[in-house]
Every structure is written in structure tokens, then in C-alpha cells.
Write a protein that binds this ligand. Structure first.
Ligand code: SF4
Length: 369
């Protein structure tokens, strides 16, 4: 085995299966702590150098929650390539398991599915090396889509250019396309019809775990912003998934940062529509060590309690923000990325192995001599 294999779950926030990938990564890492490391896709997108080194210096196993294949799209966006891919949707079919319906905290069926995914990861790890090598980062000069966005020179800008879902839970109205000018007769944008909440969604720092749970409380609890808010998935936004792009463009975004790296704020800026407000766990609870590494599959009791308290604390501020904000749908920067689940398969040349995971074709088809 390589000195370290990187596990890259899609780790989204919208679909239940995304939380299955997150849990599976924790379980697989716990079984092999010396030989694996978990990748934080949001930190990678936000330009974290340690996460960039992970994807360019080690083989990466992506774990896709659904066929939209966001983790593969993100790797393409930053110019990295996977060494193997595991699809939860395939394991759902094979094992006749379901992710369940709750994304805030997985039900027993979701946990069982995560265990099956972790076992598939272990199988893939036992087969390593797969014969391919990590990508080398290419020096870039600006945004690959030449859009002159403010993110030039940042992470995906440094990279070369490049359905079904499971248990998606929406509480705002369904996507309305395309962007149209909806200014009122007085020339002002109309009142915002809802908020998108963008938690930083990191997987290794305690503050990020709390931020994600806080967003769920705010969006799903009946006494909070249910029906007036929607969590925004970093991975799906980066992968150009239409629903998430819709929420990002058509509603003002509030960034929830779990630690002073402020990944949620950076990611909102990266795609061209900055957050109307950033709220920070480290300011709300300055005594809490939000950067502590925590890899427990379930939130600790202290994390759960802080998420509940932060949501309570944020509610009046966000209600006021919603009342005061006027919003006009606006264009975002895709960085050249369109969600193309079939095209991404072709781009990386994925092909199935008999062991229930995929590898890039080059592994099976060495160059002719
Ligand atoms: S939409 Fe993307 S982030 Fe969400 S489950 Fe599917 S692959 Fe994962």
C-alpha cells in the first residue's frame, strides 16, 4: 500500500446519502488510521494547502453518494485525479439497503449502509496499489473559464478547466430557470423569499461538524426557518448540480463558519455571489476549541449541544436578515464546470472492477509498447 491513501467522500449536505459517505469515511479511516487520511472537499476548494497536498501526493479514493458524482467533479475542478471510485448507489442496489430519510442524524438503515460502504472501501484498500499515480498540479494563471470573476488566482482557478438523486430534501420552492430581471416598479429588488444556509461542511474539525448540524436545525426544525431556508451543498455547488446552483443564485446566502479558516465565506466568494452575512462559531463560542480534530462517526454530546444552542442564538438574527434583505437572482461563476455524470465517467475513464468499485481505465489498459 502507498504510505497513505486519501478517502474523499462527496460529503454533501443536501442528500441523506451524502451523510452516508461521510460516515463511511470515518469508519474506514478508523479501521486503518495509519494508512488513510480523510479529505475535506470544502477546505480543498477554499485553498487549504494541506488538503491540496493530499490530493496531489497520494492516491485518492472518491466515495460518491449518488450518480451526480460531485467528488469526481471537484477533483476535476482542481486538476487532481482519482485512483479509485466507490458509488453508494451501487451498494444500495447490491445489498438492498436504504439510506433512510433523515439527514440531520442517520437512521439505523443509513448507518447500516455506511457500514457496507466502509467495507467496500476496505476491499478497495486491500487491492491497492491500483497502478495509477497521483496527478501533478499544474500552475495556473487565472480562472479556466476566462470569466474575469473575482476568484482568479484561487483554487479551482489554479486548475485546468475541465439523475437521479437519493433522498433529496427541499423546503424552498423548486428550481426556476433561467435568471430573469425581477426588479419592482420602483427599481428595487423584491424582498428575499428565503435564505440558503451554507455551512462550511468540513469533516475533520469539530467546528465544521457543529456548523453542519446547526444548519440542519435552522432549516428543518419547525420552530426555526423550516420552509424559509435550505442548506446549500458545497460539493454540489462546485459540481454544478442545477438544484444547488438555483438555491445559490436565487436566494441570499448566509455562510456558517466552523473555524477561523472561514471556508464557507471563501466558497461563496469563489463562485461569484458572496454571502450576505457570515456567522462564525468561534465568535459565538470563543471558549470552544473549534479547530480540534474529531473523527467520530456521530457528533459528540458537546457538539450536539453547541449546534442546538448556536441555532437558537442565530434564529432572531436570521429572521431579521430575511425580513430586511431584498434579492434579485444573479449569475454565478461556474469555473467551467457543468454537472455531467456521464461525461465525468468518460473524463476519468472509470471502469468497473469485479470487486465492486471503479478504477480509471489506464489501470487496465497500459500504454502499448
Ligand atoms: S449530489 Fe453530490 S454531494 Fe450530494 S449525494 Fe450526490 S454526489 Fe454526494
Amino acid at each position: 500500500m502507498s504510505d497513505k491513501v486519501v478517502l474523499a467522500p462527496c460529503m454533501g449536505v443536501g442528500k441523506v446519502v451524502a451523510n452516508v459517505t461521510r460516515r463511511a469515511a470515518y469508519l474506514a479511516h478508523a479501521a486503518c488510521p495509519e494508512d488513510t487520511e480523510i479529505l475535506s472537499l470544502p477546505a480543498l476548494l477554499a485553498g487549504d494547502t494541506a488538503e491540496r497536498r493530499l490530493v496531489f501526493e497520494h492516491p485518492v479514493v472518491v466515495i460518491e453518494g449518488c450518480v451526480l458524482r460531485c467528488a469526481s467533479h471537484v477533483l476535476r475542478l482542481v486538476g487532481a485525479k482519482p485512483a479509485a471510485k466507490i458509488e453508494v448507489s451501487r451498494i444500495i442496489r447490491e445489498k438492498r439497503l436504504t439510506p433512510g430519510r433523515t439527514r440531520k442524524e442517520l437512521e439505523a438503515s443509513g448507518k447500516q449502509l455506511a457500514q457496507a460502504v466502509a467495507e467496500r472501501i476496505a476491499l478497495a484498500l486491500a487491492d491497492e496499489p491500483w497502478g495509477d499515480s497521483p496527478a501533478q498540479p499544474e500552475a495556473g494563471t487565472g480562472c479556466p473559464c476566462a470569466c474575469s470573476c473575482s476568484s482568479s488566482g484561487r483554487t479551482p482557478a489554479e486548475a485546468p478547466s475541465p439523475n437521479q438523486g437519493v433522498s433529496q430534501v427541499h423546503s424552498l420552492s423548486p428550481p426556476a430557470q433561467p435568471i430573469t430581471d425581477n426588479l419592482q416598479s420602483n427599481g428595487e429588488p423584491p424582498p428575499a423569499q428565503g435564505l440558503t444556509l451554507l455551512p462550511c461542511q468540513g469533516i475533520k474539525r469539530s467546528g465544521a461538524r457543529i456548523a453542519q448540524r446547526t444548519a440542519y436545525h435552522l432549516c428543518e426544525d419547525e420552530d426555526k426557518l423550516l420552509g424559509q431556508s435550505q442548506p446549500l451543498c458545497v460539493s454540489a455547488l462546485a459540481a454544478g448540480v442545477p438544484e444547488d446552483v438555483h438555491y445559490y443564485r436565487d436566494f441570499p446566502t448566509v455562510a456558517l463558519n466552523g473555524c477561523p479558516q472561514n471556508c464557507a465565506t471563501k466558497i461563496a466568494e469563489l463562485f461569484g455571489i458572496p454571502a450576505v452575512r457570515s456567522v462564525n462559531l468561534y465568535e459565538a463560542f470563543p471558549e470552544y476549541p473549534c479547530e480540534t480534530r474529531v473523527l467520530e462517526p456521530d457528533l459528540t454530546p458537546q457538539e450536539s449541544e453547541l449546534a442546538r444552542r448556536w441555532a437558537e442564538q442565530l434564529l432572531p438574527e436570521l429572521q431579521e436578515l430575511l425580513q430586511q434583505t431584498r434579492w434579485q437572482p444573479r449569475a454565478h461563476c461556474t469555473h467551467g464546470m457543468v454537472n455531467d455524470p456521464v461525461g465525468i465517467e468518460r473524463f476519468f475513464g472509470y471502469q468497473a472492477t469485479s470487486r465492486g468499485y471503479d478504477v480509471p481505465r489506464a489501470v487496465h489498459e497500459p500504454a502499448a509498447t
